[in-house]
Design a protein around this ligand. Structure first.
Ligand code: GLC
Ligand code: CA
Length: 553
């Protein structure tokens, strides 16, 4: 029994429909100057690794001027490179080096909120609304509090990082008569909204000035040669009229399963349509990819309608447990939803916000986790559509679960019970070479300590070892480029025993064994690559436990 699942191949194969895009977490990729923090020059020097891996593009996390209250997702100036990471010249050089290596460059844009140090927010705090009428505050969401003296937040919304989504800043009084010299006094004024940390005030996208400013920011980076944008919190910019209460204290758990008055509001699609028109006005197929947490594959697909963004991360796949039945269902639902709007599915297993998939799948056993992670990579790269890799997954890096509290920087750690939990453990700097930390990350040290056990996981140690995870990724990506049946296109499920998944694509088959024992099958074809070697006898093959294999048929 076979099922038709995927969209018919479009006549024109746009690059992004099957691109493999490698996420660089800027702070943790490579440090050029010895301050222990990754930077743009460091990245530029290490781009040959990404090119040799076989990726089509890199996505760089934010490197803009920022007080770094949330790893740079708190932007103080969208047109300035933070000196921590380099200069605008370094960014331009990075982009041109990438292009020489045939790598496209995608940068992050953070439109839902600015830093509290952004000139706009500083002006908002300094504004005397009685005197000035409040135009600076109109760019954000300022509201009077509830309660007798406004001492309670304006509504019951919770920050994704935990705690209330509102902060009541100290009021600065300009009238010297009131408080002596102008300066902060008690908090007795309006509250402002921040869906993330208090240092990340939410912008008011009902204000045309905000639209104009972001159009101009996009143009600035497009002018510098970037090939697209990863749009941070692409589901968050529009808030429901009147900012209504939710009436529940478990909001973090509702994200991704329900439409909330602050997430996935229909109005966000108009913003994305505007940006698509802007992107299309530039040559070279510049793209937008949505970081959108939508409650269903169908609602996620709305972000990739033909006149909206090109890609949206498939977090349903990322969150999928190691279970063939669930995986089958998630793959079907994802493909069906994106097919309904003619878009590719964009697969992803890890990023800078989640526990690395090796550790998620291993549940305490890294050897098991590695077997499954290797298999999952082959599964993902065989599915129709585009795929994102997170730096270090090609090395089989596990989550670092033993970081001492005093080195942690993630605001969601300090505000606790947030959606994302502890995010520093997936941000530990890359091990490149050598036998001890910082393993070639830079001339001295690294902002988060690397485990002693990583010496066998460096790029240097794995290069040339056919059994290494790095060589598995390199070979898989090379095959993916070579084989016409992979990338964008169709797939058909084939019947297979419980705990196994088999699907075919033109000239190609993929077998996945999610069970903890060998599984015997009729040999599907000629073995191309496997995450763990299968054992052949006559007409059958025994697939190793927790493994994936690709076959030419
Ligand atoms: C996105 C980013 C995350 C950040 C948050 C707020 O989810 O991926 O790292 O904390 O947005 O900007
Ligand atoms: Ca540095």
């Amino acid at each position: 029994m076979t099922q038709e699942l995927t969209p018919t191949r479009t006549a024109q194969r746009e690059w992004w429909r099957d691109a493999v895009i490698y996420q660089v977490y800027v702070r943790s990729f490579a440090d050029s100057n010895g301050d222990g923090i990754g930077d743009l020059r460091g990245i530029r020097d290490r781009l040959p690794h990404v090119a040799a891996l076989g990726a089509d593009a890199v996505w760089l996390t934010p490197f803009y001027a920022s007080p770094q209250a949330d790893g740079g997702y708190d932007v103080a100036d969208y047109r300035v490179v933070d000196p921590l990471f380099g200069s605008l010249d370094d960014a331009a050089e990075l982009i041109s080096t990438a292009h020489e290596l045939s790598l496209r460059v995608i940068v992050d844009v953070v439109p839902n909120h600015t830093s509290d140090q952004h000139a706009w927010f500083r002006a908002a705090l300094a504004e005397d609304t009685e005197r000035d009428g409040g135009p600076a505050r109109e760019r954000y969401h300022f509201r009077p509090g509830r309660g007798i003296d406004g001492e309670l937040p304006p509504n019951d919304w919770e920050s994704v990082f935990g705690g209330p989504a509102w902060t009541r800043p100290p009021v600065s009084h300009h009238h010297p008569s009131k408080e002596g010299p102008s300066g902060p006094s008690d908090s007795d004024g309006d509250w402002y909204l921040h869906l993330f940390a208090p240092q990340q005030p939410d912008l008011n996208w009902n204000n045309p000035e905000v639209h104009e400013e972001f159009d101009s920011i996009l143009r600035f980076w497009l002018g510098l040669g970037v090939d697209g944008f990863r749009i941070d919190v692409a589901h968050g910019m529009v808030k429901a009229e009147g900012l209504p209460d939710i009436g529940s204290r478990e909001q973090a758990k509702m994200i991704g399963s329900q439409v909330l008055p602050f997430f996935d509001q229909d109005g966000v699609h108009d913003i994305h349509r505007g940006w698509r028109r802007l992107l299309d006005s530039y040559a070279g197929e510049r793209i937008g990819v949505a970081e959108a947490w939508a409650p269903s594959p169908e609602r996620l697909a709305l972000y990739v309608r033909p006149d909206e963004l090109h890609q949206a991360f498939n977090f349903q796949f990322l969150n999928c447990p190691w279970d063939a039945t669930v995986m089958h269902a998630v793959i079907d639902a994802s493909l069906a939803a994106t097919a309904s709007v003619g878009a590719p599915t964009t697969w992803v297993l890890s990023n800078h916000d989640v526990v690395r998939h090796l550790t998620r799948y291993g549940a305490g056993d890294d050897a098991l986790g590695l077997r499954r992670a290797r298999a999952a990579a082959l599964l993902m790269l065989a599915l129709p559509g585009s795929a994102y890799l997170y730096q270090g997954e090609e090395l089989g890096l596990p989550e670092v679960t033993v970081l001492p509290d005093d080195v942690r920087q993630d605001p969601s750690f300090f505000r606790s019970n947030g959606q994302d939990g502890l995010r520093d453990g997936c941000r530990v700097p890359m091990p490149w070479s050598g036998g001890e930390p910082p393993y070639g990350f830079g001339p001295a040290g690294s902002w988060l300590p690397q485990p002693d056990t990583w010496k066998s996981l460096t790029v240097e140690a794995q290069t040339g070892d056919p059994l290494s995870t790095l060589e598995l990724y390199r070979s898989a990506l090379a095959l993916r480029r070579e084989l016409p049946g992979l990338g964008d296109g169709e797939m058909q499920w084939q019947e297979s025993p419980e705990g196994l998944l088999t699907f075919t694509r033109p000239g190609f088959a993929c077998t996945l064994n999610t069970t903890d024992h060998e599984a015997e099958l009729p040999t599907p074809g000629r073995l191309l690559i496997a995450s763990a070697a299968p054992v052949f006898s006559d007409d059958t093959v025994a697939l190793s436990a927790d493994s994936c294999a690709w076959w030419a048929i």
